[in-house]
Design a protein around this ligand. Structure first.
Ligand code: ADP
Length: 367
């Protein structure tokens, strides 16, 4: 069993930088947890504290039922994979993969068995005699993974393992990591700044900013019910569009008044939006919730918005439209068949059951 508990953990570096600020996080046995957030938000530091590579300033970390604050990295039964692979250049692939086991004085036959097994899983059996410089970036990363796998650790820690690979290879390795995870059945903590990696790999995603956890939930909850404006903007591509406006009430109905247009809220929102009547609010809409009216069978003036189409970006399977209401810009993601003229006004329809509202001061989502 390797559940991990991070309890009230902070990290203050020499010089006073508070890199991690009172983080509480529980990772279950066999769970794949992704820590995601912009550069500098404290994800690596959190991971390194779990690994034992960084001292914990405050709080406690438990692996299984063992408090590990003062347990050296080598005794924590974890294996870590880094962005830069950290392979020994003078050793062959086989030697790189077996090195850790050799240090731990495993019998030769056991080492051979484990290295061969891992090489099989990762499809690098033919490369065991090569040195790292005779390998491509993707192959090197496989060796780094292999070196972690042979240890059969209780916990795998990944620190941006794919960020040195080109885009195509990254997608391929992402699938490999997914398969690996199903096969290994162990606990993973995976650090990335890439929201797509987070959404596709995580059982749960922990979104961080400024050393603090913003939200920790399964990918769909993070996407559909972001805790705040930051989470909604960090997760999702193209990014969600925000517009400032006001909530108004007319004939018992609530509207969002953007200045140039008004749209009616769905009734489910009335109760939670009522305190904002007459007040400023932040409106958020994702690109896939904006439709070209020409392709919508049912719409009403209550959710139709007139906007100028400033840029049309065809992406093969879909098209991004960059629209301007006269006050705010926003994005629509529409089907590939859909190519409105540039610099012309068009009517778009908002799916009002999908939009988000945020408090302008706290930036929390109003749900
Ligand atoms: P992330 O992995 O999210 O990019 P890090 O955990 O690496 O973020 O860093 C969090 C913050 O701590 C950053 O402001 C970074 O500059 C600072 N930091 C990281 N390592 C050190 C260190 N060894 N000494 C001082 N500050 C550090």
């Amino acid at each position: 069993m390797a559940q991990i508990s991070i309890k009230n953990v902070s990290k203050i570096y020499k010089g006073g930088v508070k890199a991690v600020d009172d983080v509480n996080l529980g990772i279950e046995n066999k769970e794949f947890m992704v820590l995601v957030g912009p550069s500098g938000c404290g994800k690596s530091t959190t991971l390194r504290m779990v690994a034992g590579l960084e001292e914990i300033s405050e709080g406690s970390i438990w692996i299984g039922d063992r408090l590990v604050n003062d347990v050296p990295a080598k005794d924590r039964d974890i294996a870590m994979v880094f962005q830069n692979y950290a392979l020994y250049p003078h050793m062959t692939v086989y030697e790189n993969m077996s090195f850790g086991l050799k240090l731990r004085k495993y019998p030769k036959a056991e080492i051979e068995k484990r290295v061969n097994e891992a090489a099989e899983i990762l499809g690098i059996k033919k490369m065991l005699a090569r040195r790292p410089k005779q390998l491509s970036g993707g192959e090197r990363q496989r060796v780094a993974l292999g070196r972690a796998i042979v240890r059969k650790p209780m916990v795998f820690l990944f620190d941006e393992p794919l960020s040195n690979l080109d885009a195509k290879l990254r997608v391929q390795m992402r699938t490999e990591i997914h398969k690996l995870r199903l096969r290994l059945q162990t606990t993973f903590i995976y650090v990335t700044h890439d929201q797509t990696e987070a959404l596709t790999l995580g059982d749960r995603i922990c979104v961080m900013k400024d050393g603090k956890v913003q939200q920790c939930a399964d990918p769909m909850t993070i996407y559909d019910k972001p805790a705040n404006k930051f989470v909604s903007s960090f997760i999702g591509s193209p990014p969600i569009s925000f517009m400032n406006g006001r909530i108004i009430k007319k004939e018992r109905k609530y509207f969002f008044d953007e200045g140039k247009f008004k749209v009616k809220l769905v009734e489910e929102m009335y109760k939670s939006i009522a305190p904002y009547e007459g007040k400023d609010i932040v409106f958020g809409i994702r690109a896939e919730d904006v439709y070209d009216k020409l392709f919508v069978s049912e719409s009403s003036p209550d959710n139709t918005v007139r906007a100028a189409c400033e840029v049309v970006e065809p992406l093969g399977s879909e098209v991004y439209l960059y629209l301007n209401s006269g006050k705010h810009t926003f994005t629509a993601r529409v089907g590939a068949h859909n190519r409105p003229g540039v610099n012309r006004d068009m009517d778009v329809v908002f799916d009002m059951s999908k939009v988000h509202f945020f408090d302008p001061k706290t930036e929390e989502r109003i749900s």
